[in-house]
Design a binder for this molecule. Sequence first.
Ligand SMILES: [Zn+2]
Length: 281
Amino acid sequence: MSPIITLCVLLIALLATARPTKAPLTSVEPGTRANAVPGGKLIALTFDDGPKPYVLLGTRTENGVSSQSLLNLLDRQQAKATFFVMGWRLSKNADAKCRKDDGGVCREAAAEEHRRGHEIENHTYGHGDFRVMVKRYGEEWVLNDIDKASTIIQSITGVKPSYLRPPDWTIWPELQKKIEARGYQVMTKSAAVPPALRDVDSEDYFCAGRNLSKCPKPSDYDYVLRTIAQRERQGVNQHILVFHELPPSVELLSRLIPELKKRAYRFVLLRTYMEAAKGQP
Ligand SMILES: [Zn+2]
């Protein structure tokens, strides 16, 4: 073979082997690549204490508090999120209170979360502090309060929650084991679990309401980015971010999500995240 033909054969062989490795990257839907790339830059956005219609849908409440719609923001940004709701808000008895305080029916807002492809997980039914509740009513009551929330969530989504975030992260090993035995993974800030599987507290609850003295300086937006940068320096590129359904948090996220997307992060359901984050630092 002449050198030119040899070169041509080599080139064709090279092109033939290069093509198949490129093809899956372009054909995979956004949001599913996490499964293929376990070390990819991922964020599980999570929201506690809802559902609150005026935050999710941007409706106005009787007392005049307004917010832009969190669900519309997530749609625009093609980001999926996980909502840790309070079970009592999904009961029929809460409809009047939700209408009055939160500008709509909480159950309907939860159904809308589910309809738009977000996840609903368990933040207990009554949102009572575990230490206080165990002392007052006993352990069994706390476990039932968790199951009660799951039952009502499942009545809306058809799916039993897999994750439980204790109110204010108050938990201890003995109770955690009992909760796990009921089929839940307990969300924690504890250093006992790897950083990628540990909740990252945005501290957004310090930045709503009248007293803002504990809100991170110069801004919560800056604080969350700083926290992520710190984790990246330790080789951690996967983060479970914890926010609350609060108007300032929606405003913050309208800037934070595009910024993190620019830095190659993708926003996925907690379930998808956990699958990809297993075995990460
Ligand atoms: Zn909470």
